[in-house]
Design a binder for this molecule. Sequence first.
Ligand code: PMP
Length: 330
Amino acid sequence: MQYHESITDLVGNTPLVRLGRVTQGIRATVLAKVEYFNPGGSVKDRIALRMIEAAERSGALRPGGTIVEPTSGNTGVGLAMVAQQKGYKCIFVCPDKVSTDKINVLRAYGAEVVVCPTAVDPEHPDSYYNVSDRLVRETPGAWKPDQYSNPDNPASHYHSTGPELWTQTDGRITHFVTGIGTGGTISGTGRYLKEVSDGAVQIVGADPEGSVYSGGSGRPYLVEGVGEDFWPDAYDRGVADEIVAVSDKDSFRMTRRLAREEGLLVGGSCGMAVVAALRVAARLDENGVVVVLLPDSGRGYLSKIFNDDWMADYGFLEEAGAASVADVLR
Ligand code: PMP
């Protein structure tokens, strides 16, 4: 019989798929690391598994304990799935800009979800950072993974995503492009790829316009899961060779093209990362091998990015037809 003992055994080892349509006119090879193949549907399954297993080993998380975390959804799904298998309770704190689809997924796994306003500063008592701290203090047996400062977040990518990419490309990867949220993906994967290639692999961060990583002030943007208004500890400021800022409009239009032209139904931060990857790839010759990481599926964004009325309300659809390659290669 061929089977796995637990769904959590299927975390990682996601496939690479070549992008063949949106790359028209580009000579380099552009490969997508499709993270929605993880059992919880996103890249965050990797960090959830490693953070929980490390906390069990250190004694920070004990049998019957409760996991409390401020999360925009994907980390919550990964934690909820692993916690369900290992018998822990979960309470998640989300900002109100997160789609109800994502919140309902967390509740489906049996987690409790507390929704907080986005429009308050991080110091405000109702901010999602403060609400989660209060819940940790008030819940017996509570443990907060804190993906923004937990070293097992970047470590999970150092030990899984990085080695997978090196093996899958037979050491031919020249550029790695990924969005930056907590910074865990770029820091862990980037450090591994730098070490194994003697510094040859170029590490490129993709960031929403307005976020601090690309020099912004933290002003709001609509892409979910990436960009910050502060510098998290999980982010290694020395790892990226380049940061590319991408607008909401370019991100969402590319997200829609990925579904229609590549058959990849993925989230908005994936469209953002692909825009950055194409800008990098356009500068390269046929020896370039650019890998872009696509963190999650488009299923959580059907009522936003894939809804024409929502896109039109923000002025993201004003010209008929798909954006051309030239549009994103400014
Ligand atoms: N895209 C999405 C949809 C995410 O949920 C996240 C995680 N916050 C990222 C990108 C960025 O990954 P990281 O936190 O590892 O920087």
